[in-house]
Design a protein around this ligand. Structure first.
Ligand code: BES
Ligand code: ZN
Length: 444
């Protein structure tokens, strides 16, 4: 009999990096492993091809009169670079200090496998589950789920459900069960500024032409005021203000003070929109971020050159009721209007996703909190999260169901960074949580 941890290690050994085309065979092998593993517990499982990476669906035998619960997770992971900063190889999982260390252990393989093991062991032991259950596992979440919404449309009838559960978020502090009732949305773009038709000698032409790298700097500077408030006209028009009860509740949540944020990040001081706590700034306020900037000479020493072009990659985290397409149109108009003379601007929109907000006091929300209490032995805290899982709002719009976000990763899980980690005890609690969750949702 394979132990739970051995199974997790098998899962983690697949380098299922969705953005890297050289890994597409590994992504597929990982999906095939999921099919075999789900079948081993008695689920009916199948791999579905898409124009990108495969979707895996697994289900128990559905019976009339029971609630239909859909559980979603993603088996793709982020790239591992910079590889040199890992203390152990990213696809050779190991346990140190009570934590598993490997790419994807927290985001999202450990959390996803806890879903499968919790429900799978209950099915294998008792021969049935209290609900009609469907697992939906995708391999493209980290690249913006380009093929999943069309897949939902095409399988709408079979996937229509009463409620959805997802463990792909975090816990505010060790041992503190955490339910997310909101996620930020996102919209991304790349901005390219082109000036001279080739790199120029900065002595011969500097002073008479606009430097595209300087122009990028001016565009970046135009995004915020001195306090970090976004200056794109109309950006805040649709922002829903925080409710008083949320601010009061969040003031009691552990793990999110100024000091916590400072020690988690190592910054010399926090910086952000005035009048909001760090939790409020990251969970309920929109942002503009520079994710990458490039142009000009990057090598050793100096090279006196005016680069022909320069670029910046931007992303905007969004909150209810901002719409990603509307925000990108406003951003594009702002960038074009703010572009200095002497360069041409091209704004290339990237992927996007809508924000999500549910009522944590709904029947299913309460059932999820009871399951968290059963698994962790204490009351859950209710938060929103700053991260994005774009498919969650699509679930609501296409399948007509709310998503319960039951996070198991810790704040120092280093998701998307070197040395990603996931405590063994959270993995075990996740397995307990999923057994309890199905029982509570059956009655909700
Ligand atoms: N699991 C994360 C999202 C997350 C992390 C939500 C922690 C809440 C708390 C997810 O895998 C992720 O990283 N999503 C991307 C979305 C993007 C690629 C469209 C993100 O948030 O940057
Ligand atoms: Zn994730």
């Amino acid at each position: 009999m394979t132990s739970d941890l051995e199974r997790l290690f098998e899962f983690l050994r697949f380098p299922s990096v969705s953005t890297d085309s050289t890994c597409s065979g590994d992504v597929r092998a990982c999906a095939e492993w999921l099919v075999t593993t789900a079948e081993g517990f008695g689920f009916d499982a199948a791999l579905h091809d898409t124009p990108g990476h495969p979707v895996v669906i697994a289900r128990n035998a559905h019976r009339a009169g029971r609630r239909h619960v859909l559980i979603y997770g993603h088996y793709d992971v982020q790239p591992v670079d910079p590889l040199g900063l890992w203390d152990s190889p990213p696809f050779e999982p190991e346990i140190r200090d009570g934590r598993v260390w490997a790419r994807g252990c927290a985001d999202n393989k450990g959390q996803m496998l806890a879903h499968l093991l919790g429900a799978g062991k209950l099915l294998a032991e008792t021969g049935d589950l209290p609900v009609n259950l469907t697992f939906l596992f995708e391999g493209e979440e980290e690249i913006g789920s380009p093929n999943l919404a069309p897949f939902l449309e095409a399988h709408r009838d079979e996937l229509a459900c009463d409620v959805i559960a997802v463990s792909d978020t975090g816990m505010v502090a060790p041992g503190v069960p955490t339910m997310d009732y909101g996620l930020r949305g996102i919209t991304c773009c790349e901005v390219i500024l082109r000036g001279p038709e080739r790199d120029l000698h900065s002595g011969l032409f500097g002073g008479a032409v606009m430097n595209p790298a300087t122009a990028v700097g001016r565009l970046i500077a135009s995004l915020h005021d001195a306090d970090g408030r976004v200056q794109v006209p109309g950006f805040y028009d649709e922002v829903r203000e925080l409710e008083v009860w949320e601010r009061e509740m969040w003031a009691q949540v552990p793990g999110v003070t100024v000091e916590d944020f400072q020690s988690l990040t190592g910054v010399p001081g926090l910086f952000g929109e005035q009048g909001f706590s760090p939790a409020e700034q990251t969970w309920a306020r929109p942002t503009a971020e520079v994710n990458g900037v490039g142009g000009g000479y990057q090598g050793e020493g100096s090279k006196t050159v005016i680069p022909a072009e320069a670029m910046v990659k931007l992303s905007f985290r969004l909150v209810p009721d901002q719409d990603p397409k509307d925000i990108m149109a406003k951003v594009k108009a702002h960038l074009e209007a703010s572009c200095p003379p002497g360069v041409r601007i091209e704004v290339v929109p990237g992927h996007d996703g809508k924000p999500y907000l549910m009522d944590p006091h709904s029947g299913d929300g309460k059932a999820a909190q009871e399951a968290l209490r059963t698994a962790f032995g204490r009351d859950a805290v209710l938060i929103r999260s700053g991260g994005s899982i774009p498919i969650v709002q699509d679930f609501r719009e296409i399948l007509g169901a709310d998503t319960l976000l039951l996070g198991l990763a810790l704040s120092d899980a280093q998701v998307h960074s070197p040395n990603e980690n996931f405590p063994v005890e959270n993995f075990e609690a996740g397995i307990r949580l999923n057994r309890a969750l199905l029982e509570k949702l059956a009655e909700a």
